[in-house]
Design a protein around this ligand. Sequence first.
Ligand code: ZN
Length: 150
Amino acid sequence: MTGLDELYREVILDHYRNPRRQGKLQGDPIHAEGSNPSCGDEFFLDLFVEDNVVTDAAMRGLGCSISQASGSMMMDMIVGKSVEELRELIQKFKVMMSISEGDSPIDEDRPGSVLGDLEALQGVRKFPVRIKCADLAWATLSEALDQTTS
Ligand code: ZN
């Protein structure tokens, strides 16, 4: 295991052990749920969106460290962002997860560089079955955002 892998592991475990914005929102939030049956992961998301900006968010999750850490990292980033910005972020995350290892290692435009803790999840690409785990929270967020435009 390289030093970088170890660092990434630390970041993932920290989010898994201390998930951010854990809980439920009071009132009548936008609610979305997702599951990843191949691993047994579940993710429940509450959001308040005002004037196209996320003003509050909370999650409840069950499952493996990758799915929960990815969810926690996402929760760290979404409050205060507009629906537009979040759709871009989801897109960047998807691109990051789909770049195969060894592809253009030095590329300033590589989406990972702006994704902060999320970069820790890049190691997951080595394990294709776990990509679904990492993607779960983001797919759920995308579903929640769809509800804001209806
Ligand atoms: Zn999983």
